[in-house]
Design a protein around this ligand. Structure first.
Ligand code: FUB
Length: 344
């Protein structure tokens, strides 16, 4: 049989590889993995990358995805089940293209998939789709969520049963085209509308979700990310400022807002005392991976914490990514041990 041989080869290649963790899925390209524990299993809601031959540009046009798959595993290291296509852009009345990084939430036995896509006017909005099962398929609302704009929704359930959505992304994610939730007339280039380097950076957006999980319960507001002196991180502080990929987790009563710094390729984090912030910058969760984008989620399973992320090990192309996972450790003082994805 060729079974054992294949296994041997896999182990060998992992040990000598410059990548410290293997791809979780290799028959499709997957990215932006949002992981949650539902019904005792780990469910992963990633983007589904495809080659569509759209030319690469600074607005991310080459990230031209059209659908989503959902994956599950019984436990870390377990067999991964692909639950198939759970939502297609063709079945979302308001969405035209670019199904970017999604997330999911559960409430009262219903499951909600939140996703950004461009509408008929090429404006990013955030939509919601519903299922009775964590593995879909999901049925999308015909309209995007009112008052949403930009990309990368992440939904956090607090201990008291409130749900909050965090989102936003600059450059191709269009956040720089908004102030106070309103579209501002700036050019369509990636940095038109970005504040000057000595001004506060654009911050992730957040809002509480309505009881039915289908709309925002309040107007979007920016969450402040501050430096250790209490000043907002500046737009020119590219190593620390928010770019995209917001995620929220709670550990020992503290709120951890993590995010990608985009053009400097870190997953950074900031901590605060409540879901609205402010959050104080603490450091780096994940060093740069292979590929331009860095996008993650953080989840607890049976007392251990895990980071889900992606790189481009399989295809070595920035828009064709593969998801991975590794353990994440909080130190006793609440800081997070920086994860190095590559062998030195
Ligand atoms: O996958 C498309 C976009 O690339 C995501 O929405 C961003 O966070 C970046 O990973």
């Amino acid at each position: 049989s060729c079974g054992p041989k294949t296994e041997e080869k896999a182990v060998e290649s992992t040990e000598t590889s410059k990548f410290l963790n293997p791809p979780l899925i290799s028959d499709l390209f997957t990215a932006d993995p949002s992981a949650h524990v539902f019904e005792g299993k780990i469910y992963i809601y990633p983007s589904h990358d495809v080659e569509s031959d759209v030319k690469e540009d600074d607005m991310g046009a080459h990230f031209n995805m059209v659908d989503y798959h959902v994956y599950s595993m019984e436990k870390p290291g377990g067999v991964i089940t692909d639950h198939g296509k759970v939502l297609d852009v063709a079945d979302v009345a308001w969405a035209k293209r670019q199904m970017w990084a999604p997330d999911a939430a559960e409430k009262d036995g219903k499951y909600f998939l939140y996703f950004p896509a461009k509408d008929a006017n090429d404006i990013f909005k955030i939509g919601v789709a519903v299922s009775d099962e964590p593995y879909g398929p999901f049925v999308a609302n015909p309209e995007p969520m009112k008052g949403t704009f930009s990309i990368d929704p992440a939904v956090f359930k607090d201990d008291d049963g409130s749900y909050f959505m965090y989102w936003g992304g600059i450059w191709g994610g269009q956040l720089q085209q908004y102030r106070d939730g309103k579209h501002q007339p700036v050019g369509a280039g990636p940095t038109d509308g970005i504040p000057a380097p000595d001004q506060p950076s654009l911050m992730p957006q957040m809002a509480k979700l309505a009881d039915d999980m289908m709309e925002l319960a309040e107007a979007a507001k920016p969450v402040q990310i501050l430096d250790s002196l209490g000043n907002p991180i500046l737009a020119g502080d590219n190593n620390r400022r928010f770019f995209e990929a917001a995620w929220m987790h709670k550990y020992n009563g503290k709120y951890y807002l993590s995010y990608s710094t985009g053009d400097t390729h870190f997953i950074a984090y900031a901590t605060g005392d409540n879901p609205y912030g402010p959050f104080t910058y603490q450091g780096v969760v994940l060093n740069p991976v292979q590929g331009w984008t860095n996008h993650h989620s953080i989840v607890e399973f049976e007392g251990k914490w895990y980071l889900f992320y992606h790189d481009t090990e399989l295809a070595n192309k920035t828009h064709l990514r593969n998801i991975k996972m590794t353990e994440l450790v909080h130190n006793e003082d609440g800081t997070i041990q920086t994860i190095e994805p590559m062998r030195k």
